[in-house]
Design a protein around this ligand. Structure first.
Ligand SMILES: [Zn+2]
Length: 444
């Protein structure tokens, strides 16, 4: 590292208290989704900071079309889907780098928290374990500290330090604080990239951890399946058509489809680790999945139900498209329908997001890994997940090579009760972001 980079790292270290305060401010704005209220408030706080740093900012609200594609009606979304885009023009001669972190959070459980989930309390240790980056700097608590407001704060810390150290970047920087990631990101980063509002040569998705560099994730389609029947007295069911029975038939077929077709559909990703737990289940790469997540129907035992509805999540491997997935799903249901003249079903899509993979041999991914190692002193493995992230929009729609890392590890309880993050880890994450930004964009 040169003198300028050392100065930036010094500025990061000395900015930690200010960053904790910012993170507390962000945490106290409740952006759990659904419904995803108050994105405009979070963006307002961030916009002020970015303006202060000299970034040109703009706010973008997804249009009606994207609200429809989000499944807003099914999911119960409310309030404006505000996204912040902040741009810093470089002095010229470098590529454009896009860094994204999301402003929404997972839902907050009503019970089981030992701290205020919107409080931002700071403690010396975490009773859930220790971050590998813990240097005694304490832990911060609340919904979003590890996913994804901690990343949002770490990013700002990195960019403030770059400014404070007097660094002038050659390439352009585009930062997005995008919404709705937890429910598919369609009205968030999906909207910004598909509409061409954000374009870049390289990407960083800050929505991961400091235990690995995420290169691959699954896609998913959320389907609603409905069966219709005919109500009748439950003691004379022979006169009715039972919608729950019909759904049960469809579910037997879906179960067979999942275990015998989808589980065999694999997308090999050499060099990318999907973790010990999955390996024990025989899963080493993206693999087709299906989950029947909800089922609802009927009013009482003495009435033949005329309606049954369920939500099915279909995990898609990279390369599987929504159109293909939907057509195949319909074929499975039609196969059952062909054997039963009384079976009527309807299929709706709530929303979808596709899967992606950046190969472990990608030069940008390898370079980022080396830079992260230089910044934080640890060589992180390349990892993948069966979940899905907004990096999909950067890789699939935006055609950028991209890496995913962030704040949090197994001790963080992401999405669970008592979410917490090591403040030292947040600082290290900021260093990794700063070093990649400076080396990739170039410094004048
Ligand atoms: Zn996240």
């Amino acid at each position: 590292m040169d003198k300028l980079e050392t100065r930036v790292f010094g500025a990061i270290e000395s900015g930690r208290d200010r960053t904790v305060k910012l993170l507390q401010k962000l945490l106290r704005i409740d952006t759990q989704v659904p419904p995803g209220h108050d994105y405009d408030k979070v963006c307002g706080v961030l916009e002020e900071r970015y303006n202060h740093l000299g970034y040109a900012t703009s706010l973008h609200e997804a249009t009606e079309k994207y609200m429809r594609l989000s499944g807003a009606r099914h999911i119960g979304l409310e309030g404006p889907r505000t996204n912040l885009v902040a741009r810093l023009k470089g002095t010229g001669g470098g590529p454009t780098l896009h860094i994204s972190a999301h402003t929404d959070t997972a839902a907050i459980q009503k019970q089981g928290w030992s701290v205020d989930p919107l409080g931002g309390e700071v403690t010396k240790t975490s009773k859930y374990g220790k971050s590998a980056f813990d240097r005694g700097g304490g832990y911060i608590w609340g919904r979003g500290v590890g996913d994804d407001k901690g990343e949002t704060a770490a990013l700002l810390l990195a960019l403030e330090a770059i400014k404070e150290a007097g660094v002038r970047l050659r390439g352009d920087l585009v930062v997005t604080a995008n919404c709705d990631e937890e429910i598919g990101g369609v009205a968030g980063l999906g909207y910004l990239i598909r509409e061409g509002i954000v374009k870049a040569d390289l990407g960083i998705q800050l929505d991961g951890s400091m235990t690995g560099i995420g290169l691959s994730a699954m896609g998913r389609t959320r389907f609603l399946v409905r069966t219709r029947g005919k109500s009748y007295h439950g003691q004379v069911p022979i006169m009715g058509v039972n919608a729950i029975e019909k759904m049960s038939k469809l579910n037997v077929a879906l179960d067979d489809y999942w275990r015998n077709v989808l589980l065999r559909r694999k997308y090999p990703t050499p060099g990318i680790d999907f973790g010990e737990g999955l390996r024990e289940k025989g899963i080493e790469c993206p693999t087709g999945m299906l989950n029947i997540g909800t089922i609802r129907g009927g009013v009482q035992g003495a009435t033949v139900p005329d309606l049954c509805e369920e939500e099915v999540l279909r995990g898609m491997i990279p390369g599987e498209t929504y159109e293909g997935t939907q057509a195949e799903f319909r074929t499975v249901l039609d196969g059952v329908k062909a054997t039963d003249a009384d079976l009527q079903y309807e299929l709706e899509t709530i929303n979808f997001r596709e899967g992606y993979v950046v190969p472990a041999t990608d030069p940008y991914a390898l370079e980022c890994r080396a830079l992260i190692q230089e910044a934080v002193g640890k060589k992180l493995p390349f990892t993948g997940t069966l979940a899905s992230t907004d990096m999909n929009y950067q890789v699939v729609d935006g055609h950028m090579p991209c890496v995913n890392f962030g704040v949090g590890g197994p001790y963080s309880n992401g999405h669970g009760q008592d979410e917490n993050a090591s403040i030292d880890e947040l600082v290290e994450c900021a260093k990794a972001v700063a070093l990649i930004t400076m080396r990739k964009l170039g410094v004048q």
